[in-house]
Design a protein. Structure first.
Length: 154
């Protein structure tokens, strides 16, 4: 598999998401690769990812007539057209016992602004993954009862 193929693969998305989560949680936790006493196991499934249609997204930002089409499409589908999206399921358990601590499901749709990398069709998905990693750190911080928890940026 060449570099271009890898960068478009599900494995690349999974690896990138793992790296983002690891970087965030490593700020507060010792990361381990097998169950130990007083550890948690976090299982994550990206259940849906979809890249944006960059060309149509850029055009829609500059042609006023497309706003009505975008609004109608969003009303019908629940998702703005041309934007990337991702869905996730997370399960947190005590590593040594498997006892369920928490479970989450979330779906997010991207929303590029004019300062973003307009020509990367996966940028929305990358931003969503980075948001989820920061949100996971924030939620775990709150569960610990810390007061200096940093909420993720929407």
């Amino acid at each position: 598999m060449g570099t271009d193929d890898y960068c478009r693969s599900n494995q690349y998305l999974a690896d990138r998401f793992y790296s983002s989560i690891y970087r965030e949680l490593d700020k507060d936790y010792e990361m381990v690769d097998k169950p130990e006493l007083d550890t948690i196991r976090i299982q994550i499934a990206l259940t849906k990812v979809g890249q944006s249609d960059v060309e149509l997204e850029v055009v829609s930002k500059f042609i006023p007539q497309t706003k009505a089409i975008k609004a109608a499409t969003e009303l019908a589908t629940g998702k703005p057209p041309f934007e990337g999206e991702a869905s996730i399921e997370i399960k947190v358990t005590k590593a040594e016992t498997g006892k369920l601590i928490a479970a989450f499901v979330d779906r997010r749709v991207g929303g590029k602004n004019l300062n973003s990398e307009l020509f990367d069709s996966w940028e929305d998905v990358y931003n969503i993954m980075d948001f989820w990693a920061a949100a996971m750190r924030f939620k775990l911080c709150r569960v610990r009862g810390d007061t200096g928890c940093i909420p993720p940026k929407e």
